[in-house]
Design a protein around this ligand. Structure first.
Ligand SMILES: *Cc1c(COP(=O)(O)O)cnc(C)c1O
Length: 463
C-alpha cells in the first residue's frame, strides 16, 4: 500500500470510538473529550506516516486506545486531590497554605448542603450572613466588629475602594510591596481608584512625613506589614500606635494591613510577628489579615475594627462581589472557636507542626528509613535540615528539623513518580539529591508515605 492509500485507510473517528478497546472509557469519560483524544491520536498517526514512519494498521485500535487512556490519566491527575507535604514549608501556597483542623473540616462538611448561613433559626427571620463567626472574630481580636471577604488582597481592595476611592491614601515608600503572584500595591491602588500618596524613603519614614502629607484630599493612612521581606540597617518607620495617634479628622482612618494574621504571641515557637490584638489595641480603625496564613483557617480575608467603618464596608457594592461562601464561613467559625480556647490550639495542624520538637521529626525519619531500606540501591540518610513557615510570612524564620535525604538514583524521576502516586507526595530538591522534611507530614500520613516511597523506589529510578 502506498502512503496515500494508507492515509485513506485510516479508520474514521466514529469507528475508533465504537471499538471494543475503548468500551470502558466510553462509560467514564465525557463523549466530547473522547472525540478530542481520538482525533489527537489519529493526527499523530497521520504525522508519523507523512514523516515516512512505519505504522502497523492492525495494531491501530490498541495503540489509539493506549493514547486515549494516557490522556484520561493525565486529566485525572489534574483534579484536586490530597497531597502529602514533605517539603518542610508549613504554609505552602502551591499546596493550599494552611491545612485545616479536623473540627473545621467537619463543620465545612456539615454546612455544605443547605445550612443556616443567612437564617436565624429561632426567629425564622433572615439574619446577617455568617453573623456568629463575625461576632466570634470581634471577640477574639478585641475589635468592635468584623467582616470576612475572599482573601486579604480582596480586603485591601475593598478598604481602598469603599473608604478612600477617589481620594489620597498615605503610605510609606518602604511599604510599597509586591505580595506575590503579581499582587503589587501601587497597582491595587490604581485598580481601587485610590490615589497613592507616597511619603518618606525606602529605608526611613518618619511620623512627620505622614503629618505633612495630610490634606483635605486624604482618604486614609495605611500601614502594610513587611510580611515577606526584611529590612535592616539604617531603617525607621512609625509604629501603628504612633500612626493611630496622629491628629487628624475623624473621616481619615488608619488602616493596618497585617497579612499574616498572627493572633497571639508565638515567641514560644520562635516566631515573632505583630498580633492582630496589638493592632486593634493600638488604635488602628481597621486591621486586615488572611485566614489561611498564621490563623490556620480557610482562605479568606478578615477585616476587624470600628463598627462605623465596618458598616461602611459592608454596605459597599463591592462587598457583594467579595463575599465568601457558606463552606468557608463554616471552616472559619470552627477555626475561630479553637483560637478562642487556648487549650485547643494544638488542634490546628499549623501549631502542631510549629511546636513539634526536631527530635520527634528525627524519630519519624529513622522509622520511615527502616521501612524503606533495601527496596532499591538508592542511598537514604537521615539529615538535619531547616523547615520554613512560607506562604509569604516570616521570611527569616526557620525551624530546625530532620529530613530523609535520597541520593544515588535519578532523583528528578523519583520526585515525579512520588508526585504522580495516590496520594501524591511533594518533596524538596536539594543540591545533590531529594529531601523529604517530615515536619510537615502528619503522623496519620506516615504509613501512606512509606508505601508511596516503597512503590516509587522499587519502580526503579536507579542510576
Ligand atoms: C499575604 C498578604 C496579603 C495578601 O493576602 P491573601 O490572603 O493572600 O490575599 C496582603 N497583605 C499582606 C501584608 C500580606 O502579607
Amino acid at each position: 500500500m502506498n502512503k496515500t492509500d494508507q492515509l485513506r485507510n485510516l479508520p474514521a473517528v466514529d469507528e475508533v470510538l465504537r471499538s471494543d478497546a475503548l468500551s470502558d472509557l466510553r462509560e467514564c469519560c465525557p463523549h466530547h473529550r473522547l472525540v478530542g483524544w481520538v482525533r489527537d491520536a489519529l493526527e499523530r498517526v497521520r504525522q508519523t506516516m507523512r514523516d515516512g514512519g512505519e505504522v502497523d494498521l492492525s495494531a491501530l485500535p490498541d495503540s489509539i486506545a493506549a493514547h486515549v487512556r494516557q490522556a484520561a490519566t493525565v486529566e485525572q491527575q489534574q483534579s484536586l486531590q490530597t497531597v502529602i507535604n514533605a517539603t518542610g514549608v508549613l504554609l505552602h501556597t502551591n499546596l493550599g497554605r494552611a491545612p485545616l483542623a479536623q473540627a473545621a473540616i467537619d463543620r465545612m462538611l456539615r454546612a455544605a448542603a443547605y445550612s443556616n448561613v443567612e437564617l436565624d433559626l429561632r426567629s425564622g427571620q433572615r439574619s446577617g450572613r455568617g453573623a456568629r463567626v463575625l461576632k466570634l472574630l470581634a471577640e477574639l481580636t478585641g475589635a468592635e466588629s468584623a467582616l470576612v471577604v475572599n482573601n486579604c488582597a480582596g480586603a485591601t481592595m475593598l478598604v481602598l475602594q469603599a473608604i478612600a476611592g477617589g481620594r489620597e491614601v498615605i503610605i510609606s515608600r518602604g511599604q510599597l510591596v509586591e505580595i506575590g503572584g503579581g499582587f503589587r500595591l501601587p497597582e491595587v491602588f490604581t485598580a481601587a481608584g485610590a490615589v497613592l500618596r507616597e511619603v518618606g524613603t525606602t529605608n526611613r519614614t518618619y511620623l512627620r512625613d505622614y503629618e505633612q502629607a495630610l490634606n483635605d484630599q486624604t482618604g486614609a493612612i495605611i500601614r502594610v506589614h513587611h510580611s515577606n521581606f526584611q529590612q535592616s540597617g539604617f531603617v525607621e518607620e512609625p509604629t501603628i500606635k504612633e500612626l493611630a495617634g496622629i491628629r487628624r479628622p475623624s473621616t481619615i482612618p488608619v488602616v493596618d494591613d497585617l497579612g499574616s494574621g498572627c493572633i497571639r504571641d508565638l515567641s514560644a515557637y520562635g516566631v515573632s510577628e505583630p498580633t492582630v490584638t496589638e493592632s486593634v489595641g493600638a488604635g488602628a480603625e481597621l486591621t486586615l489579615f488572611s485566614g489561611d496564613k498564621l490563623f490556620g483557617g480557610p482562605q479568606c480575608g478578615i477585616i476587624v475594627g470600628r463598627q462605623s467603618w465596618i458598616r461602611q464596608l459592608r454596605e459597599s457594592p463591592m462587598m457583594r462581589a467579595l463575599r465568601v461562601d457558606k463552606v468557608t464561613l463554616a471552616g472559619l467559625e470552627a477555626t475561630t472557636e479553637i483560637h478562642l480556647s487556648e487549650g485547643r490550639l494544638d488542634e490546628l495542624p499549623l501549631f502542631k507542626m510549629l511546636g513539634r520538637k526536631s527530635e520527634s521529626v528525627r524519630d519519624t525519619c529513622v522509622s520511615v528509613r527502616q521501612q524503606i531500606a533495601g527496596v532499591s540501591s538508592a542511598r537514604i540518610e537521615v539529615v538535619p535540615c531547616e523547615s520554613r513557615i512560607g506562604g509569604g510570612t516570616l521570611p527569616g524564620a526557620t525551624l530546625s528539623s530532620y529530613a530523609l535525604k535520597i541520593t544515588g538514583c535519578k532523583t528528578s524521576e523519583l520526585s515525579r513518580s512520588l508526585r504522580l502516586g495516590t496520594p501524591a507526595v511533594q518533596s524538596r530538591a536539594a543540591d545533590d539529591g531529594l529531601l523529604l522534611d517530615l515536619r510537615t507530614v502528619a503522623p496519620s500520613e506516615v504509613d501512606l508515605l512509606v508505601s508511596q516511597l516503597r512503590r516509587a523506589l522499587a519502580q526503579g529510578s536507579g542510576v
